[in-house]
Design a protein around this ligand. Structure first.
Ligand SMILES: [Ca+2]
Ligand SMILES: [Ca+2]
Ligand SMILES: [Ca+2]
Length: 336
């Protein structure tokens, strides 16, 4: 190796190390201290702060740009409810107060917008200043759920990808070698930024390029053609994620001609799929252009998890619960 090539290879190793060092871990960025203890709202009583202990750390560890949705799920009833935020700072805005009128079962979203790179402490202060109040003439004690979904501006975070649904999606690779079925169970059991995980669903060349750029490793993704046993062989669907809820269950090429396609995009390798009923799960082939292979479920591979388009589940406890009580009757006695 000549001197120049040695220098080059050292440079590449340093760049490689920098790249690895700059890939943030998928630790939760937003913690809710009140997530295991439901809050209490006395109808017509004082406004409550949702969580004065909430913490926030962005993926880069110091600053954040983007939006955070605070979503109130409402069971209806004769109450008016308001979400808003009392924090103010240049570069920060929100669409509050968000009012839900009496009788409506619609959920409502307070969106906190950080239009410039903002120090994490200010984002945290804004989250700690989100308030809730219920008022009206009657009581609906069904629990309210307030969810948080963080959407980083993709121009600020090159890892994020703006999906066709206009949401920012994130992709995480796990190197632990498991079957497709285990990989899917693991993906669905994970959540991030308030979003449910699922085995990646790749519906455009742009989305494929994003995974290739982030982590071009061989692994399971979310397609399957045995969703109805052997009788569905040859008809491929996205088996999880928002795509699986499309009109035809998430069909993509090559699917049988009897099926209408939900998604036009596919990225099969040459002569794939070739496994008939012996290969019914979708493998992303690393190191190249992200082509696909149909492969048997029992093969042990890493897997690509995607987050975006689906909210975290109740079991994730990624919410604040609020119990609404009447002024005199249903609230717990002092000391409880
Ligand atoms: Ca996707
Ligand atoms: Ca098959
Ligand atoms: Ca194959």
């Amino acid at each position: 190796m000549c001197k120049q090539n040695i220098r080059k290879s050292i440079l590449y190793s340093i760049l490689g190390m920098l790249f690895l060092a700059s890939t943030p871990a998928f630790s939760q960025v937003l913690t809710i201290t009140n997530q295991t203890t439901d809050r209490t709202m006395i109808v017509n009583g004082s406004t409550i702060v949702l969580d004065s202990g909430m913490t926030f750390t962005s993926r880069n560890g110091s600053t954040f740009r983007g939006t955070i949705d605070v979503i109130l799920d409402r069971p209806g009833g004769a109450l008016n409810e308001v979400l808003t935020c009392t924090f103010a700072k240049n570069g920060f805005s929100h669409n509050g107060p968000r009012n839900v009128s009496s009788g409506s079962t619609a959920s409502t979203t307070l969106t906190l917008t950080f239009s410039v790179a903002t120090a994490n402490i200010n984002v945290q202060n804004a989250l700690q200043a989100v308030t809730y109040r219920a008022f009206g003439s009657s009581i609906n004690t069904q629990k309210r759920y307030i969810w948080f979904m963080v959407k980083e501006d993709p121009a600020f975070n090159t890892e994020a990808y703006v999906h066709a649904d206009t949401m920012t999606h994130y992709y995480q690779y796990s190197g632990s070698a498991v079957t497709w079925t285990t990989a899917q169970a693991n993906a669905i059991a994970s959540y991030y930024y308030g979003m449910r995980g699922y085995l990646a669903t790749l519906t455009s060349a742009g989305e494929t390029s994003k995974i290739v750029a982030i982590n071009n490793s061989t692994g399971w993704i979310g397609g399957s053609d045995d969703w109805n046993g052997a009788s569905s062989d040859g008809t491929w669907k996205w088996a999880n994620g928002p795509e699986s809820k499309a009109a035809n269950g998430g069909t993509f090429p090559r699917s049988g001609s009897a099926y209408t396609l939900d998604y036009a995009y596919s990225n099969w390798g040459a002569s794939e799929p070739n496994g008939a009923t012996a290969e019914n799960k979708l493998e992303f082939l690393g190191g190249g252009t992200g082509q696909w292979n149909d492969f048997a479920d029992a093969n042990l591979l890493g897997y690509h998890t995607e987050y975006g388009g689906e909210r975290a589940l109740l079991t994730d406890k990624n919410y604040i619960g609020i119990n609404v009580f009447g002024n005199n009757s249903l609230q717990p006695a002092a000391g409880f």
